[in-house]
Write a protein that binds this ligand. Structure first.
Ligand code: CDP
Length: 796
């Protein structure tokens, strides 16, 4: 009789285990960078530029040096003497660490002061006198490419204009031919505005250079400690084995904590110069105006359609505003990230996409905010375009999507831009969503309400995104391949520690990695401790962003557990005195095939690895696995929102939201639901209230939390989540697909489509996000589209 353990009881796959990390978080016992105080530690503050574009005529720091308690003032000139005024970015560009020649965006780092405490350092920053000569400012791509536009990056030898790249993908001629056959051509133009990840914890670092050992230890808020170690080795020219990067607890990252920021570099240099620990903690405004922005992309597209609703081709053109430095991570050969994952869920024969990136006088932008490298923009455009096309054809929104979906039997499916999607049940997800929202009833109610002047709307958004960057054939960052790793040590009592190269920022890895070990080995999850974030102890990994942890590091955890199980099997055969071929496995136990009652537990095997191994076997039970994913994982989701818009004020309220997510096998259903709710909340904020933009002088408008609103429980709508559709990933060891960002990626279009649906018949085709009441009111009142593109008037 089977003596297999009950997987849910031991906290394995599918168990909604409470998050172990919350034990410390909810008690206020987390250990964030700012909690760390080292003996002799000094504090660093940054002086930022008030202007968006100006030549620096002079910097006089003499008054700052004179302030008691000041130990060091760093300027670009001083950095330049150490070849550190500029640093390489993750996109083969350069970025100023401290400005030397010009400032190129408001909030750019101009000087740093290191002092006994942060208040002295801040006062000393204000004592630095900088003379600026203002230059014309560029805040959008149209201005960037206009005749006579000032060249922002005149520091670069061969840069004659403001264009960073001009790329294309797909079949231009084939798309042209398909458009010639079209019955209807549907068009859409929109701007996906800048948004900011705004983690609750800002960026920061404590650099601690020890002259006696020559070792540099840096505690920092990074989502990718090993990449930072490599970057520090390259930028500061320090030997890699003498650098230790530790990411302690991180209060949210959302992509904001992937880039290398000047503050990190300056604190490191200051510590080396002063031979004392130097702490830099960014303030909220500093974080909002200077660290990695997301989106800021102008999308223009058209769809060739047959009258019956079949999509024949898609053509997209995009202009991406990257700000003053091209600094977001670019993992694919296509320079605008994975924008070409657009329309992957639909069976479209041919497509073409052209993308141009430009510089502007704004902080570096384009980071993947809870998103896989521009997938959010791709999905937003896709679903807004689908809505516009269905409307143009006079077809039902749901039916139009269903008839164009990739069918279940057609996987793996090659998209017109060359991706290979792995699996899915798209129509089933849609059916579950339509039933849950009460589609037919709502449409009737909507028509009735319209007669009485009430504006109801329903928005559908679907998304499939490439998660798990990525296989080493196609993905790298600065040439470093994007595999991940896990190390598993099973102690003699059967307790274990697993370490990965990923780094959780709140996603719950400490809970879920233990569940994977439990699933593979039958060791109770509570007996497995998870450790991440220290480059001296964790195996190499590319970090956590783009929902890549489960697809890559999570897979590595499963693979290393399987290596452990293979050795444990040999130990079991030895203990049971049978050959290895006669040994069978059930959860937590090996047994003799012909005598199932004779068995040994995984814990007994662990003890034998230290006390009773067969002759010639290497002692111990530990191993490491490096996992190079064969493909990306492709989760799918349908989000359906109903809203009511008040025609008098433009205010809109969510009536109901239904989410159907298929992320393959769920490791921890409760954590997955938390991820979806968080994503839908952020999507709601992007669609509804997060306003951060620039005026004609390049002033950042919305650089504080009075203007840039973070959603709270009060305004966030309720969500109805559905988990009944599960399509295991065919190439992931436990069938899991990523989930962390799906709802943030697919959600915005659902809200916007709902509001646009409420406005159908008014002739309004697009309102740019955020759909603030005044924009919706303007659209209703004047029956016109409303653009959100900068520059805005300063008094907006
Ligand atoms: O890379 P990141 O951790 O942000 O994203 P993810 O891999 O999608 O995982 C987010 C959280 O959800 C992690 O704790 C995962 O282990 C968990 N998860 C899960 O329980 N089941 C899945 N199929 C996918 C993720």
């Amino acid at each position: 009789m089977s003596q297999a353990l009950d997987e849910i009881k031991i906290g394995g796959l599918g168990a909604s285990r409470k998050r172990v990390e919350d034990n410390r978080f909810i008690r206020g016992r987390g250990n964030y960078t700012d909690d760390i105080a080292l003996p002799g530690m000094l504090h660093m503050e940054i002086l930022r530029s008030p202007l968006a574009h100006a030549r620096i005529k002079s910097i006089d720091a003499s008054r700052a040096w004179d302030i008691p308690g000041v130990h060091l003032v760093l300027t670009g000139e001083m950095m330049a003497t150490r070849n550190l005024a500029w640093m390489p970015t993750l996109s083969y560009d350069t970025q100023a660490v401290l400005a030397t020649d010009k400032v190129r965006f408001q909030g750019q780092e101009v000087a740093c002061v290191v002092a006994d405490d942060p208040y002295i350092a801040k006062d000393a920053c204000e004592a630095i006198e900088v003379e600026y000569e203002p230059l014309p400012v560029i805040v959008n791509p149209e201005q960037a490419v206009a005749d006579g536009a000032p060249v922002i990056r005149d520091d670069k030898d061969n840069q004659r204009d403001n264009v960073i790249y001009d790329w294309e993908v797909g079949d231009a001629a084939g798309t042209e031919r398909a458009f010639a056959q079209a019955d209807v051509i549907s068009k859409l133009r929109l701007h996906y505005p800048r948004s900011h990840p705004s983690p609750i914890e800002c960026c920061g670092s404590i650099a601690d250079f020890n002259r006696a050992t020559s070792k540099l230890t840096v505690y920092m808020t990074t989502q990718a400690p090993h990449i930072i170690r490599a970057a520090v080795a390259l930028v500061a020219e320090l030997p890699e084995h003498m650098i230790r990067i530790i990411s302690p607890d991180i209060g949210g990252g959302f992509g904001n904590k992937v880039p290398v920021y000047p503050g990190y570099v300056c604190s490191i240099l200051a510590s080396i110069l002063l031979e004392r620990p130097v702490k830099w903690i960014e303030d909220k405004t500093g974080n909002l105006i200077s660290t990695g922005f997301a989106r800021d992309i102008y999308l223009d597209g058209e769809m060739a359609l047959r009258q019956d609703g079949k999509i024949l081709a898609v053509r997209m053109r995009c202009d991406a505003d990257h700000g003053a430095f091209f600094s977001d991570a670019q993992p694919s050969k296509f320079k605008i990230g994975l924008l070409h994952s657009a329309f992957a869920a639909y069976d479209i024969p041919v497509a073409h996409l052209a993308a141009r990136g430009t510089y502007s006088n704004k902080a570096p932008g384009g980071v993947a905010y809870r998103c896989s490298f521009r997938v959010t923009e791709a999905m937003f455009f896709q679903e807004r375009m689908m809505q516009a096309a269905a409307d143009d054809l006079g077809l039902d929104q749901a039916e139009f999507r269903r008839m164009n979906f990739v069918k279940d039997a057609d996987f793996p499916h090659r998209t017109p831009f060359g991706f290979l999607t792995d699996s899915g049940q798209y129509a089933k997800c849609l059916d579950v969503g339509l039933k849950a929202i009460g589609y037919e009833d709502f449409r009737r109610e909507q028509a009735e309400a319209r007669k009485r002047g009430r504006l109801l709307g329903l928005g559908i958004s679907t998304m499939t995104e490439p998660l798990g960057a990525g296989n080493s054939r196609e993905y790298d960052i600065l040439g470093i391949k994007m595999f991940d790793s896990a190390e598993l040590k099973v102690h003699m009592t059967g307790k274990a520690i697993v370490r990965t190269g990923a780094r959780t920022q709140g996603q719950g890895h400490e809970t879920t990695w233990a569940q994977i070990v439990s699933h593979e080995l039958g060791i109770p999850a509570e007996d497995v401790v998870v450790e991440e974030g220290d480059t001296d102890t964790a195996p190499f990994g590319m970090g956590t962003y783009a929902s890549r942890s489960t697809p890559v590091a999570g897979a590595a955890v499963a693979m290393v557990a399987r290596k452990i199980r293979a050795k444990a099997r040999r130990l079991a055969a030895h203990l049971l005195e049978v050959s290895e071929e006669d040994v069978e496995w059930e959860l937590g136990r090996f047994y003799v095939r012909s005598a199932p009652d004779r068995g040994v537990t995984i814990q007994e095997c662990a003890m034998a690895a230290y006390s009773n191994m067969p002759d010639g076997m290497e002692p111990g039970l530990e191993n490491t696995a490096y996992y190079d994913p064969p493909n990306l994982t492709w989760p799918f989701a349908v989000y359906i929102v109903t809203v009511e818009v008040d025609p008098e004020t433009g205010v809109w309220d969510v009536l109901k939201l239904v989410a159907v997510d298929d992320c393959g096998v769920r490791i921890n259903p409760m954590i997955v639901e938390g991820q979806i709710m968080g994503g839908l909340t952020e999507a709601y904020a992007m669609a509804n209230m997060q306003f951060i933009t620039f005026d004609a002088e390049g002033n950042c408008v919305g650089s504080n939390y009075m203007d840039y609103l973070l959603p709270t429980a009060w305004e966030t709508p309720g969500f109805e989540l559905h988990s009944e559709v599960v399509t295991p990933c065919p190439h992931h060891p436990i069938g899991a697909k990523g989930i962390g960002e799906c709802a943030a990626v697919g959600g915005p279009a659902a809200y916007v489509n709902a509001v646009m649906d409420a406005l159908s018949g008014t002739g309004v085709r697009n309102i740019d996000m955020p759909l603030l009441p005044d924009r919706v009111w303007e659209a209703i009142t004047y029956r016109r589209d409303v653009s959100g593109a900068p520059p805005v008037r300063s008094d907006d």
